[in-house]
Ligand binder design. Structure first.
Ligand code: PEP
Ligand code: MG
Length: 540
């Protein structure tokens, strides 16, 4: 048995086999080869497999999202057969006497760079496509068909690091836990682990040779056991059973109100990243959805999701929530959430760069498509819309103008929409400082403590080295929350918290004393926080 420590970001025990997740790109090595003709044959065979896969994906997508949205796979299949692309790969294999993986990856990089430098928007968008097909062929050649395919059995995923675009593609039913060498407790992959309520460790010294070995993760102590002995196994199984008992005790709180002993009612909502997470929201009896991170719809897709596919997703969530509030946050990409087909330029400081509402107010067509889909879905339930990364009143006014325009266009098309509340995320110190003015523009505020901590303390939430001083309990952050609530209430604007701090049981009382109206937490935290709220007496 071997034992390694990491930093735990989600409690709980996981028992299962390890799957060492390799990224397609990392696996590519330049290897000298003798028989170039054999290498070209390998490439030709992989190319055919890629086209078969793309055709199958096309068929699947036509059924799920319609012909128009599926067309991207048809384009990819055609690109695989592009003469210049094929010639370049064969030429690299022959002239440099190298392996097919390297030739494909190099060609993919060269073509992608060439496309991205073109003036024409259509060709710019092909940069991501050519990278995508090249990765597919490389994965086939190297027998590493990662891309979210993690096999049939539930596994403990081990990786150097995981990007949101990778975790989002994994089959959630097959994930027992995450263990990564890098990453930080406030990254989106960590948040995803919390939403799924699976144990997760970061900063663990992992080794590839553990691939396939049995392991246990103790999320309470941050310990990873490889090939655990009988004693550890039986202790951990017992702890799992105890956890199960606690969970079933909490079940008694289902259907109960979120109210303190002295009658102060709180809206206790849940955070989700996609349609599938609604099951967890309902199972944990949240009173609504306080944050639907809609960018995960974009991260899951191969190209810009259409109005229709977004409409279907929002409608499904709204219908399943049966009249309970569903707050959808508009697209919040950039920083750690990168999407190939957006072709965002490299930035030295992406967390403070071109992201979230800044992209939406610049690329208005993308924003309008999302707003149209949301408004159309609003007749099927109780949808509210909120906007991320706000720093000024001017931004909010521009958003409202675009919203009015979209409404008018829908009216012209004879399409009805519901009455949606509009709110903003308060996650920059600028928004806090002008919260009194902002409160006069919107119906509600939702405090994003993850980013608010990052920007207030000037600590990159992704930087693991600074994880120990990234302190959401910092008096500056707590004072900002208090101030936001106070200013919101001056103008009839209700205030919630949807950042991770909202689920911190040690602060529930503080937030209620400050006057918070809503807390939105991971689905698995709803019942523990309900228990907390119901035990609080403000007079004590
Ligand atoms: C936040 O910043 O607190 C938040 C809820 O948004 P995200 O974590 O998606 O940036
Ligand atoms: Mg945020």
């Amino acid at each position: 048995m071997e034992k390694v420590n990491g930093k735990s970001i989600v409690n709980g025990i996981a028992i299962g086999n390890i799957l060492f997740y390799k990224k397609g790109e990392q696996a590519v090595k330049r290897i000298k080869i003798e028989d170039t003709q054999e290498e070209i044959r390998r490439y030709e065979a992989a190319k055919e497999v890629a086209v078969e896969q793309l055709n199958a994906l096309y068929e699947k997508a036509v059924k799920e999202v319609g012909e128009m949205n599926a067309a991207v796979f048809e384009v990819h299949a055609m690109m695989v057969y592009d003469g210049d692309y094929i010639d370049s790969i064969k030429n690299i294999i022959e002239s440099q006497q190298v392996n097919a993986e390297y030739a494909v990856a190099t060609t993919g990089d060269n073509f992608s760079k060439m496309f991205s430098e073109m003036d024409d928007d259509y060709f710019k968008a092909r940069a991501a496509d050519v990278k995508d097909i090249s990765e597919r062929i490389v994965n086939i050649l190297s027998g590493n068909e990662g891309g979210g395919n993690i096999g049939e059995e539930p596994v403990i995923i081990m990786a150097d690091d995981l990007a949101p675009s990778e975790t989002v593609q994994m089959d959630k039913d097959k994930l027992l836990a995450f263990v990564t060498r890098h990453g930080s407790s406030n990254s989106h992959t960590a948040i995803l682990a919390r939403t799924m309520n699976i144990p997760a460790l970061i900063g663990a010294e992992i080794r590839e040779e553990w691939d396939g070995k049995p392991a246990v993760i103790d999320g309470y102590t941050g310990t990873l056991y490889i090939e655990p002995d009988e004693d550890i196994l039986s202790r951990m199984k017992q702890r799992q059973e105890e956890d199960e008992q606690t969970r079933s005790l909490l079940q008694n709180l289902k259907g109960k109100e979120d109210v303190t002993l002295d009658g102060k009612k709180i809206k206790l909502y849940a955070n989700i990243g996609g349609v599938k997470d609604v099951a967890g929201v309902l199972a944990n009896d949240a009173a609504g959805i306080g944050l639907f991170r809609s960018e995960f719809l974009y991260l899951e897709a191969e190209d810009y999701p259409s109005e229709e596919s977004q409409f279907q997703a929002y409608k499904t969530v709204a219908e399943n929530m049966a009249g309970r509030k569903v707050i959808v946050r508009t697209l919040d990409i950039g920083a750690d959430k990168q999407i190939g087909y957006f072709n965002l330029e490299h930035e030295d400081n992406p967390a403070m760069g071109y992201r979230a509402i800044r992209i939406c107010l610049d690329r208005i067509e993308i924003f309008k498509t999302q707003l149209r889909a949301l408004l159309r879905a609003s007749v099927f339930g109780n949808i509210a819309i909120m906007y991320p990364m706000i720093i000024s009143v001017d931004e909010v006014r521009r958003i409202k103008e675009i919203m009015d325009l979209v409404k008018k266009e829908l009216e012209v098309d004879g399409i009805s929409y519901g009455n949606v509340e509009q709110g903003i995320m308060i996650e920059t110190p600028a928004a806090v400082m002008i919260s009194e003015q902002l409160a006069q523009e919107v119906d509600f505020f939702s405090i994003g403590t993850n980013d608010l901590t990052q920007y207030t303390l000037a600590i990159d939430r992704q930087n693991m080295k600074l994880d120990n001083i990234y302190d959401s309990h910092h008096p500056a952050v707590l004072e900002m929350i208090r101030m936001t609530i106070e200013n919101g209430h001056k103008h009839n604007c209700w205030v919630g918290i949807c950042g991770e701090l909202g689920a911190d049981p040690t602060l529930t009382r503080t937030f209620i004393e400050m006057g918070i109206d809503e807390l939105s937490v991971s689905p698995s935290c709803v019942l523990p926080i309900r228990k907390n709220i119901r035990e609080i007496s403000l007079k004590e």
